[in-house]
Design a protein around this ligand. Structure first.
Ligand SMILES: [Zn+2]
Ligand SMILES: [Zn+2]
Length: 425
């Protein structure tokens, strides 16, 4: 079990847990979509100010930055993301969200903290409170980053681009965490790539419309699109080595209105996941090559248009900083609670954009928010093999919600344990 003597930064945490749980339920009840986290940001800023942090709002849109100093020493950045998702909550919890928001198309949609970002905000505010209360236990500067818009991959870059380094101390390391379907108390990470890159595009393929009875007078973009979709399936099977991984999915295809009209164009939406920078470049280049070559093969009257939709970077943990962080997580959660990941997770994150923008190492880990009893005999082995036991909800599911009680305690400790490796006395 955890031992406060090994983590002086956490002193007094137990007494604050009831109010942190209440804060979590309140955040969970009122999720907000990407770049619309006005209420959440106000709650965050009020807590930080009350704790004595220098607090700046509206950084990169709705982001909030807190700075707290305790003499000279290293600068550590701790990050939590704040946004919810357009999901209708189905957890049945007494504090379930019934809120709605307006998405980027202007449509009213249900909103839910289906990715656990409310837990991230709660844990970072809990850690911020301990850092303010236990200033004699550390030395240096902590920069607490409450980031908007992780789900669309834009928030971290928006904050970094908003004069971040001119306004706030440059960190020596960026640390971040994500709650997930692991047993409470467990944390997992690895040096090197820890989460996949995700790249999405819209592809417009141009033909020449005409009558369905006279295809010889037309260039059929439906046939062209079909050829592109099939040929894209060869990227992973023929161009990515057996020891590497990549996913290429065409998730959307649209063309035409009627059976006897050959349309002018077809549109595809493509999503790519990769876990290696060189594989990513190769896959993206292959997609562009195939799209252009198939258009030429069809005699398309115009070059295809390839427009990026979202780009989430590969999340790469610096090896040296990860070793240090893992030692901190072990001291915070217990030696056996920190498990090395055998391979990167297939999910994606924009956290890496912070460290990349600042030119500093970063470390990201996942921590459990699910009742250990739900895993039965299998423990976390099931997650490592990619098979979750039935009944355990995954992030983004309408049923996903971490159990508040022990998860908050462990999430706060994890942040403090990791930070203590740089700023602890
Ligand atoms: Zn998410
Ligand atoms: Zn998330």
């Amino acid at each position: 079990m955890t031992n406060t003597d090994r983590l002086p930064l956490a002193a007094g945490l137990a007494a604050r847990l009831p109010e942190l749980e209440a804060l979590y339920r309140e955040l969970h009840r009122h999720p907000e979509l990407a770049f619309q986290e006005h209420r959440t940001a106000a709650v965050v800023a009020a807590h930080l100010r009350a704790q004595g942090w220098e607090t700046t709002e509206r950084v990169g849109g709705t982001g909030v930055v807190g700075v707290l100093r305790s003499g000279d020493g290293p600068v550590v950045l701790l990050r939590a993301d704040m946004d919810g998702l357009p999901v209708r909550e189905a957890t049945g919890l007494p504090y379930a969200s019934t809120d709605t928001g307006v998405d980027e198309d202007g449509d009213e949609v249900p909103v839910m903290h289906a990715c656990g970002h409310d837990m991230h905000v709660t844990c970072l505010l809990g850690a911020a409170g301990r850092l303010a209360a236990n200033r004699d236990a550390w030395r240096g500067t902590v920069v607490a980053v409450f980031q908007p818009a992780e789900e669309n991959g834009e928030g971290a870059a928006a904050m970094a681009a908003d004069g971040f380094l001119d306004r706030f101390p440059r960190p020596e390391v960026c640390l971040g965490q994500h709650v997930g379907p692991l047993p409470v108390g467990v944390a997992v990470t690895r040096p090197g790539p820890v989460m996949s890159a995700s790249d999405s595009f819209r592809v417009r393929l141009f033909g020449r419309g005409g009558h369905g009875s006279s295809p010889e007078h037309a260039v059929d973009p439906v046939v062209l699109a079909a050829a592109v979709v099939l040929r894209l399936q060869t990227v992973v099977s023929r161009e990515v080595g057996a020891a590497q991984t990549a996913v290429v999915t065409v998730g959307s295809i649209h063309a035409g209105t009627r059976q006897n009209i050959i349309p002018d164009e077809a549109e595809l939406k493509v999503n790519v996941r990769t876990t290696d920078i060189r594989v990513r470049e190769r896959v993206l280049a292959a997609i562009e090559r195939i799209v252009r070559a198939e258009a030429a093969a069809s005699g398309a009257p115009k070059e295809p248009e390839i427009t990026p939709l979202t780009a989430l970077p590969l999340t790469v943990n610096d090896a040296t900083a990860t070793e240090r962080t893992v030692a901190g997580l072990r001291s915070a959660l217990g030696d056996e609670a920190v498990v090395p990941l055998p391979r990167p997770l297939t999910g994606s994150e924009d956290f890496g954009n912070l460290g990349t923008a600042f030119g500093v190492p970063s470390v990201f880990w996942h921590f459990g928010g699910t009742d250990p009893a739900a895993f039965g005999e299998s423990g976390i082995a099931s997650l490592m093999s990619g098979e979750l036991p039935a009944g355990i909800a995954f992030n983004h599911s309408p049923h996903y919600a971490p159990v508040p009680g022990p998860t908050i305690d462990r999430g706060v400790r994890a942040l403090l344990g990791a930070a203590a490796q740089w700023i602890g006395r």
